[in-house]
Structure formats: structure tokens, C-alpha cells
Design a binder for this molecule. Structure first.
Ligand SMILES: Cc1cc2nc3c(=O)[nH]c(=O)nc-3n(C[C@H](O)[C@H](O)[C@H](O)COP(=O)(O)OP(=O)(O)OC[C@H]3O[C@@H](n4cnc5c(N)ncnc54)[C@H](O)[C@@H]3O)c2cc1C
Length: 364
């Protein structure tokens, strides 16, 4: 299990919202019967929202709601916070096993990143990414591009930091099952329910009665990736920070995790092509030898790695992201994440933040 020092511990396993099923709570059809929001409007009680998804979008959304005095509980399916900003503890150090880095363009996210950087939990990594292309896998000199940021304790630590600084409670290993009209989350009435996760995952949890919401999420395929994490006893490849791989059937991206994280450990992370990943999702570990062979060929690495791990991402990125930044329906179902806008970390944060504001406005 991931045990990064000072990471998510403060944000885990505290439940803000009781989930006891109330007899007769389900009303079975739209529009909803009087939900918890009625008590807020008329009884002076605080509104409550459940956010399903402890990735950066869900945490951003919950942080806004919490700051507005709205009771919010985040429920996450995974054992640890962060979603696809994933970091895995292997061989005595943390390896980024999901997203590789993040970039920043918006003033709002810049503020967040400046704060992370000032506190040393994010670091500017590189502007220079190489390209590997052609039949001989030629490594071209890196061209300057946007500044990419990384995190010394892994990208997951940034999501944990957001949650703990906002005082957001996250219940891990606590997946939501069903959202029914009300809205009710697993039978519990809430003022709004948020699904901050890839479209195909969100769709599974919405009752058939949510026709509009389901129509938005349906027919939105997402692309898979297998991430190969591999460690050597010493560096035995041409120095580079990261490389986009063109024209290869197996690998599309390689990062030097030691240079990214700043400790110079001889660890590489390679992301497969979707075509390679798709038929191998059932047994990701079995893809290890083919991924290692491709990586060694691409970087002319003479030795076998000391250790290897393959991480499956069934829903790595949307094929066809939504044009809107988020969706908040009349049924008070909120949809956010990197499927809403261009699929990257900054936009996932912006999506969750914008949805949080819209819900706060709606519940005012
Ligand atoms: C291999 C890979 C490489 C990437 N590289 C980059 C990159 O270099 N730069 C970049 O900016 N972005 C990159 N990304 C994308 C980036 O990771 C995402 O944009 C961002 O992390 C999305 O955050 P999110 O909160 O929208 O979704 P997620 O991080 O996927 O969070 C969704 C959460 O929902 C939870 N969940 C699912 N089902 C349930 C349920 N039933 N109940 C409760 N919780 C549930 C999951 O456990 C998860 O924690 C990459 C992604 C992958 C997979």
C-alpha cells in the first residue's frame, strides 16, 4: 500500500455523512420528493452533498462546497486518494503510475500550483521532452515546450494535500453503488450528488430515471493504457526527461521517473498504446515482458530491469471529451472530471471547482 510520508493520512476514512438506509426514502420517480434541501431551506439545517470520486476533480469540488459551509462527504472506491494521479510505493520509493506531469495555463490553477511549489510539494520538472521515432527508434533532441510539473512525493500527494488543507473528509474503499431520484445516494437523501469520474464509470451508478444525465454519459468511450513501471540498478539509457514515442505499436510515452521526481533513481515509466492495452486489460501483468522488450528496444537498454510492475488504466482518457466544463442537472446530479474539457489534470481541477461553485449557487 502507498505510504508516502505526510500524504493522504489526514484525509482518509473520516465519514461526514451517515449512510444508514432510511425506510421509505426512495421515491422511485422524477421529479424528486422533498429532499434534504427542504430541511435546509425551511428547517435551517445545513445542506449536504455526496461527491463520488476522490480524484482531483472530486476533491476540488468538495473543497469549494466545504468552504461554502455545505456538509460534504467524498466517497472513493480506491484504497487511497488521488484517482489517476496515482503513485505506487515500490522498491523503497514512490513511482508515479498514472498521470505523468501537469501543465498550468489558467490564473486560478496557477495560484494552487504556486502554493504547492512554494511549499516544495510540487516542482517544475522540465520544458524539454524528446521524441523517439522512425524504424530505428531515433531519439531526437528535445524541443522546448510548456513547463511540466511533477511532485517529489508523487502526484497523489497533491490531491491528498488539497483534501487535507480544505478539511475535506474522504472515505476510501467506499464506492457508491446507485444514485436514485431524490437524489438519494445508496438510499440516503442528499441535496446534490456528484459523480467525478470517467463517463463509463459514472453511467453505471445512475438510475434509469435519469434520462438526461445518462444520455450525456452514454456513447463516450474512453481509451485504455497499461503503465509499465520498471527499475534498474543503475542508469543505462541515453539521458532524457521524457519522450513521446511515434510509430510504435506498443509504447507511446516514456518518462524518467528519477529525473521527474528529483531523486535520480534509475526508474522508467512507459505508457502503452491503446491498441496494445485493449486486449490485455484482463491480465495486465502478462503484458510485462512485451512492454519491457519494447522499452529496451526504444531506449537501447542493454540490461533487464531488476523489478517490473504493470498498472492497468481501463479508462485513461476520453476519446471524445465534453465541450462543457461540467454538468449540473435539474435533478441535482453533478458531473465533473477530465472528461469535461481537455483531459488533463488542470482541467479536472477546473471542472470540479466550477461544479462546486454551481452547486453552492443552486443550494443558496
Ligand atoms: C496513464 C495516464 C497518463 C496521464 N498523463 C497525464 C499527464 O501527463 N498530464 C495530465 O495533465 N493528465 C494526465 N492524465 C490524466 C489525469 O490523470 C486526469 O486528467 C486526472 O487525474 C483526472 O482526475 P479526475 O478527478 O477527473 O478523475 P480520476 O482521477 O479518475 O478520479 C475518479 C475517482 O473516482 C473513483 N471512483 C470510481 N468509481 C467510484 C464509485 N463507484 N464510488 C466512488 N468512487 C469511485 C476512483 O477510485 C477515482 O479515485 C493521465 C492519465 C492516465 C491514466
Amino acid at each position: 500500500m502507498f505510504t508516502a510520508p505526510g500524504s493522504h493520512a489526514a484525509a482518509r476514512s473520516v465519514r461526514g455523512i451517515p449512510r444508514k438506509r432510511r425506510p421509505g426514502a426512495e421515491n422511485g420517480g422524477l421529479p424528486a420528493g422533498p429532499p434534504a434541501s427542504m430541511s435546509r431551506q425551511w428547517g435551517g439545517l445545513v445542506a449536504k452533498v455526496v461527491v463520488a470520486g476522490g480524484g482531483i476533480a472530486g476533491i476540488a469540488c468538495a473543497s469549494v462546497l466545504q468552504a461554502q459551509g455545505i456538509t460534504v462527504g467524498v466517497r472513493d472506491r480506491g484504497r487511497v486518494i488521488g484517482g489517476r494521479m496515482a503513485s505506487r510505493w515500490i522498491d523503497g520509493r514512490i513511482v508515479d503510475s498514472g498521470a505523468s506531469y501537469f501543465t498550468v495555463t489558467s490564473p486560478e490553477f496557477t495560484e494552487v500550483v504556486d502554493d504547492w511549489t512554494a511549499r516544495g510539494i510540487a516542482r517544475p520538472w522540465t520544458r524539454r521532452m524528446s521524441v523517439i521515432s522512425g524504424p530505428n527508434a531515433t531519439l531526437a533532441a528535445a524541443e522546448p515546450g510548456p513547463l511540466r510539473y511533477a511532485a517529489p512525493r508523487g502526484l497523489r500527494s497533491l490531491v491528498a494535500d488539497l483534501a487535507s488543507r480544505a478539511g475535506v473528509s474522504v472515505a476510501q474503499s467506499d464506492p457508491i453503488a446507485r444514485i436514485t431520484p431524490g437524489p438519494l445516494v445508496d438510499g440516503e437523501p442528499v441535496d446534490a450528488a456528484v459523480l467525478a469520474m470517467p463517463d463509463p464509470q459514472a453511467l453505471r451508478h445512475l438510475d434509469e430515471a435519469f434520462v438526461e444525465e445518462r444520455a450525456l454519459l452514454a456513447d463516450r468511450p474512453w481509451t485504455p493504457v497499461l503503465a509499465l513501471l520498471a527499475g534498474w540498478s543503475h542508469r543505462c539509457w541515453t539521458p532524457m526527461d521524457g519522450a513521446f514515442v511515434h510509430d510504435d505499436d506498443t509504447i507511446e510515452w516514456v518518462a524518467d521517473d528519477g529525473r521527474r521526481r528529483g531523486d535520480n533513481a534509475p526508474v522508467l515509466v512507459a505508457h502503452s498504446t491503446a491498441r496494445f492495452a485493449q486486449p490485455r486489460l484482463a491480465e495486465p501483468a502478462a503484458a510485462g515482458p512485451a512492454l519491457i522488450a519494447a522499452l529496451r528496444r526504444l531506449l537501447a537498454i542493454p540490461e533487464q530491469p531488476r523489478w517490473v510492475y504493470v498498472q492497468r488504466w481501463t479508462f485513461a482518457r476520453p476519446d471524445r471529451p465534453h465541450e462543457q466544463q461540467f454538468h449540473l442537472s435539474d435533478n441535482r446530479i453533478g458531473l465533473a472530471g477530465d472528461g469535461w474539457g481537455q483531459p488533463k489534470i488542470e482541467n479536472a481541477w477546473l471542472s470540479g471547482t466550477a461544479l462546486g461553485r454551481a452547486i453552492a449557487e443552486r443550494l443558496r
